[in-house]
Ligand binder design. Structure first.
Ligand SMILES: [Zn+2]
Length: 648
């Protein structure tokens, strides 16, 4: 790399970032700017302004020095210092500082009169601004079009420096400036012609169409702002950030790339405001398919037509710091998004499939994943019962539910219930999505069988106060956990349809009911229920038969709610739920505190129905009853509760 280019890169970390055009092959991973360069990298207007100011100061200083000649040194210095004071913060762009001795010293006219007019300084500054802008663009463009970096950077930068030198140092200013423009223009046009030969016509520069684009951008014609607009044209609806919370800009110079970036912003905003937990993007040759997973169901997310669709996958990968040129091998990365002042973590997985490149993005609501016990939707007595169970040491707590029932969130809320500074807590999980502060998270793959069990045992022997194990399915590990429950508090998450089935499942894994009879404190089962959209939910009079079955009278319940049944062909979609009919989810719980009598019943192998009857007498509400509570409150529909309860 040539030394001038190196200087520029050191001073301007923006150049360290990934390429911006579609044909990028070099610099695959997106690197974060260095700490000192963050402000620099984030605010182009600020950066360009400061650079221009610094250039102005320098030009003024040089022009003064040049025209004042060597004689009155003090006079020559004064305005230079004054000018420098005006632009204190950043060093001026190095292409101008690294050279000054080279052209400030030479044989200038010996005229001693100070001959610096404002017009000349302004013209010089404007020229310097253009040189800076074009050089900056060239540095990005050489990578984007994948051509000889060092050669073309040197050509453009060199002609820029020569042009500026000519404009400032040639004694007759109105000869020097045109000469300078010619020198710089020559280098820049040579590069433009070279790179136009490498890219398709829509990406050509210095063409009539290109000048038209510049004109439209400068004068901001209305229709154009709508169709082309800036990349974050929808008013920063979504702000993407790295894991260090530094904003990542979706950059793009080509029209279709910017269009792709706007589409990305659109579908992220829609997905997040609709409460989606997943975005799937499949780059098919004929179109890009966008799918959301909203409350466990797949919903269309608006397909993207080519040619914009061809840029979407690469932009998504760049966001997560992945290699955009790798289209086959699986890659995984993370980043964040802020929407309406809430932060979401995005887990991005990209891989090639036979149908096309696929990118899956899991959306994790960081606020929701930090929930405490009282925020989950548990009733007051349920919270007390659960807290008592969690406080027992030694003790065993079973949390259960079908797949995608929010069990991990509940498990983490339970861990947050402990004082995590004075307790040593270890959480075993199949994968770590969200970390609980001051909890030691360990990934365990139960497919490894006895090896995984040995790994768990190694940790449980280190005297933890609380051990949790999410999604238990391996008998060997269940044995280790039962052993740990003799001294510590053990929380187990497993798949089961209700509390009784959870007890059965755990006894099967243990091969005996004995550990449960000795240590079991509380059993919980849960479901996630979708909540009706408050905007379009439909009130109706409930069927008297249903009320009778639910032990309710028609006096108690006037109306219930359900999703809209009338579909108006051609009507605009509901502004709040986009016709998803539901917004957000909450959990319903069945919680059975286990006392000594219940433990004895489990130990003696009694019929589980008797245990259930015992629990009911003790006041345990089952899932149906908890769901009905939500239905009567108008927050969900009967069908939705039934659907959730049927899930296994
Ligand atoms: Zn709605």
């Amino acid at each position: 790399m040539n030394p001038i280019a190196l200087c520029i890169r050191v001073a301007c970390p923006r150049f360290l970032r990934g390429p911006v055009m579609p044909r990028s092959h070099s610099m695959p991973t997106q690197r974060r700017p260095a700490a000192a360069g963050r402000l620099w990298a984030c605010h182009p207007a600020l950066r360009n302004g400061l650079a221009l100011l610094a250039t102005a100061a320098l030009v003024l200083a040089l022009a003064t020095a040049a025209h004042a000649g060597p004689a009155p040194e003090k006079d020559a210095k004064a305005p230079a210092e004054k000018a420098k004071a005006a632009a204190p913060a950043p060093a001026p762009p190095p292409q101008f500082v690294s050279e000054p001795e080279g052209f400030a010293r030479p044989h200038i006219s010996s005229s001693t009169e100070l001959n610096v007019s404002i017009i000349k300084v302004v013209l010089c500054v404007l020229f310097a601004g253009v040189v800076f802008h074009v050089t900056h663009w060239t540095f990005l463009d050489v990578r984007a079009v994948n051509t000889k970096e060092v050669l073309w950077e040197s050509v453009v930068l060199g002609s820029g420096v020569a042009g500026l030198a000519a404009a400032i140092l040639v004694p007759m200013f109105y000869v020097g400036l045109p000469l300078g423009i010619l020198l710089f223009g020559g280098g820049a046009v040579a590069y433009a012609m070279h790179r136009n030969g490498l890219v398709d016509p829509p990406f050509h520069v210095l063409t009539a169409e290109h000048f038209g684009r510049i004109k439209r951008r400068l004068f901001r014609q209305r229709e154009d702002v709508e169709s082309e607009g800036p990349v974050l044209g929808t008013g920063h609806d979504v702000i993407f950030m790295g894991l260090d919370d530094i904003p990542i800009r979706l950059e793009g110079t080509a029209k279709h790339e910017r269009e792709a970036n706007r589409e990305i912003e659109r579908f992220f905003y829609q997905a997040i405001t609709r409460g989606a937990t997943m975005i799937g993007y499949l780059a098919r040759p004929q179109k890009g398919e966008v799918r959301f997973r909203v409350a466990g169901e797949i919903a269309p997310g608006g397909d993207i037509d080519p040619p914009a669709s061809e840029f979407v996958a690469a932009s998504l990968k760049r966001l997560a710091g992945l290699d955009p040129s790798e289209v086959r091998k699986p890659q995984e990365g993370r980043c964040r998004a802020v929407v309406e002042a809430k932060t979401y973590e995005l887990r991005v997985k990209a891989a090639g499939t036979v149908k096309g490149e696929q990118v899956a993005i899991r959306i994790i609501d960081l606020a929701a994943s930090q929930m405490r016990l009282d925020q989950l939707g548990l009733g007051e007595t349920q919270i007390v019962g659960l807290q008592e169970g969690l406080a027992a040491k030694p003790g065993l707590v079973i949390l259960s539910g079908p797949k995608d029932s929010g069990l991990t969130t509940t498990l983490h809320a339970c861990l947050r219930n402990y004082d995590r500074y004075s307790n040593n807590i270890i959480a075993f999980e199949p994968h770590i999505d969200v970390e609980v502060e001051n909890v030691n998270h360990v990934v365990v793959s139960q497919e490894d069988g006895p090896i995984a069990a040995a790994e768990v045992q190694k940790h449980t022997r280190l005297e933890p106060d609380v051990v949790s194990f999410d999604a238990l399915s391996l008998s060997e590990i269940a044995q280790v956990l039962a052993e740990a429950a003799q001294e510590h508090t053990v929380l187990v998450g497993l798949r089961a349809a209700d509390t009784m089935q959870a007890i059965v499942r755990m006894s099967e894994l243990l091969g005996s009911t004995e550990p449960l009879a000795a240590r079991l404190q509380v059993v919980l089962n849960q479901r996630l229920v979708r909540l009706l959209c408050p905007q379009c939910k439909e009130a109706y009079r409930p069927n008297p038969e249903f009320l009778r079955k639910s032990n309710l009278t028609s006096h108690q319940v006037d109306v219930l709610y359900r999703p809209p049944t009338k579909t108006d062909e051609g009507a605009a979609p509901c502004p709040q739920c986009h016709d998803d009919r539901f917004i957000g989810r909450t959990a319903i719980f069945e919680l059975m505190p286990i006392d000594q009598t219940a433990r004895d019943m489990i130990g003696s192998g009694d019929n589980l129905n008797e245990l259930r009857t015992y629990g009911r007498k003790a006041g345990m509400l089952n899932l149906q009853e908890e769901g009905l509570r939500l239905v009567l409150a108008g927050r969900t529909s009967i069908d939705e509760v039934l659907r959730a309860i049927k899930a296994t």
